[in-house]
Design a protein around this ligand. Structure first.
Ligand code: ZN
Ligand code: ZN
Length: 266
């Protein structure tokens, strides 16, 4: 719901600590790609390799526009969706200006999603995503089926099956990092896909049990089994103050916060 939560004046919602101000969950993966290897064209001309910034976003929630402004992104090369709940998709239309830029460079921005998620996106954003859409300046986006693994400009995004209550959703691994949000349970076979992580981003809502979100205790249990160098808890509700909760977490586990940036081996 975001923190401050509308209508609430609890200590976390009124906290002065900027890390207690939480927009809806999303992650940005940014890297530099050397577009072509350096080569000698003739004895006199050397083509210097073009270095392109590449940007992948996982989920475009209602705060996507503000998050993109804060991160200073000027392009998006692909979007991966975890599932179709409002807090993960409602910023999709704010891809519009970036999609015009992508289109001029080569084509629409690919949106990778499961068939279930794609069907909901197509229904909610039918004026943009329906094959019959006619609105002239609609975003240039293209739904793509999500496979087990997807290459984006040399970086592999591996699909990690997760449970969100009764619903099967998707997390992603990229290099030695993984982003698993809205998790209530990790299926046994997914643990094998999560070995050797440096950074794990994992959701943990609060202490009180919830039917479709892990608690802090459940999340730290999953984190211990996965054994990443560092686990960052995300999708945190207003029951958890940043500073006081962090003091109670085991070594190698901490609450994430808006704008947190970590270097990752891709
Ligand atoms: Zn509150
Ligand atoms: Zn969510």
């Amino acid at each position: 719901m975001g923190v401050p939560t509308l209508g609430c004046s609890c200590p976390v919602c009124t906290s002065a600590d900027p890390r207690d101000r939480r927009s809806r969950p999303s992650v940005l993966v940014r890297w530099k790609e050397t577009a072509s290897p350096e080569r000698v064209v003739s004895e006199r001309v050397i083509l210097v390799p073009a270095i392109e910034e590449r940007v992948v976003v996982i989920d475009t929630g209602p705060d996507f526009r503000e998050q993109a402004l804060r991160s200073g992104i000027h392009r998006v090369d692909a979007v991966f969706y975890t599932h179709s709940h409002a807090d993960h998709i409602l910023g999709l239309d704010d891809l519009r200006p970036l999609s015009f830029k992508a289109f001029r460079e080569g084509g629409p921005i690919p949106l990778y999603a499961t068939a279930e998620t794609a069907a909901t996106l197509e229904r909610i954003f039918d004026y943009t995503l329906s094959p019959h859409a006619t609105y002239p300046t609609r975003a240039k986006l293209r739904l793509e089926p999500l496979k087990k693994s997807t290459q984006v400009h040399g970086v592999n995004f591996l699909r990690i099956p997760l449970m969100h209550g009764e619903m099967e959703i998707v997390g992603y691994r990229f290099g030695r990092a993984a982003y698993l949000t809205d998790v209530s349970e990790i299926p046994e076979e997914s643990f094998a896909l999560l070995e050797g992580l440096e950074h794990l981003v994992l959701s943990a809502l609060r202490h009180k049990p919830h039917p479709s979100h892990a608690t802090v205790e459940q999340g730290t249990g999953m984190a211990a089994r996965i054994g990443a160098g560092q686990t960052w808890l995300t999708h945190i509700a207003h029951e958890l103050g940043h500073e006081e909760t962090n003091r109670t977490l085991p070594a190698g586990v901490a609450l994430a916060y808006d704008g947190l940036t970590v270097p990752v081996d891709l």
